[in-house]
Design a binder for this molecule. Sequence first.
Ligand SMILES: Cc1cc2nc3c(=O)[nH]c(=O)nc-3n(C[C@H](O)[C@H](O)[C@H](O)COP(=O)(O)O)c2cc1C
Ligand code: SF4
Ligand code: SF4
Length: 260
Amino acid sequence: MIIFFSGTGNSRHVAQALGKELGESNIVELTGDFLRYPEQLRLESEEGGRVIWVFPTYSWGVPPVVAEVISKVNIDGGERADHYMVTTCGDDIGKCHMQWRNLISGRRWKPLATFSVQMPNTYVCMKGFDVDPEQVAMEKIHESVMRVHSIAEFIKQRYKIDDVVEGRWPKIKTRYIYPYFKKHYMNPSGFHVSETTCISCGKCSRNCPMDNIELKGKFPVWGAVCAFCLRCYHGCPVHAIEYGNSTVGKGQYMFPKKEK
Ligand SMILES: Cc1cc2nc3c(=O)[nH]c(=O)nc-3n(C[C@H](O)[C@H](O)[C@H](O)COP(=O)(O)O)c2cc1C
Ligand code: SF4
Ligand code: SF4
């Protein structure tokens, strides 16, 4: 079984590509009620099976919504299965894999191996961070094909390995920056819409994986239950959504380019 969460499509793409490589058709997307009420989610892992968790790295850690699912989901046969982590990132993941290992061990499940895959960056909500230039994004997507292929080979052979790019100062980033970022920066109150640009198409509201956006009158209004996946920002067809003033003039990115 492959369980994935994706804001802007990178991790969905990797989950589906891995599914093809491994002949795995049981692919579950964490979205909507699965994310909001993970304790009600019941999944089944076949005898001697494997559970492959695919998600983006957020601030050198596991996205809080994914951590919540891992802590609360019911997986029949979860204790007999080999668990794998495949995280997509723009650059590097710090000690995200150790955080994931702790979450999985905390359920008395078996964390076997972890992998990272570089994909185009989606984080834009701070000064100095923007999407990758088109050429860089295309190269990352191109290189991910071989990367996914070799990850699938490791998984087939049940390798015990941490095959990840940690980057510099990984412990500091995951242990100190991640919780600070989670508390102070993953806050949907920063989203706002330009009423002169918005065409009231409702796409942001329809596509939010947390059902956190409502069109009140003609314009979107954000609630408090947010995965901070940035799908609303990147998916707006007319770039009407900003985060504070730190996204002004920045790019958008979705994979594939035209959203499903
Ligand atoms: C809130 C947030 C935090 C992020 N933090 C990191 C990070 O710590 N390291 C990194 O390399 N990329 C980081 N990124 C980039 C994403 O991990 C990367 O673009 C990922 O492939 C997006 O996956 P998705 O399209 O499936 O949502 C971050 C993106 C977001 C939205
Ligand atoms: S996706 Fe953009 S244009 Fe459409 S309703 Fe949302 S903010 Fe407005
Ligand atoms: S409000 Fe935007 S950032 Fe938050 S979960 Fe919905 S789409 Fe993602």
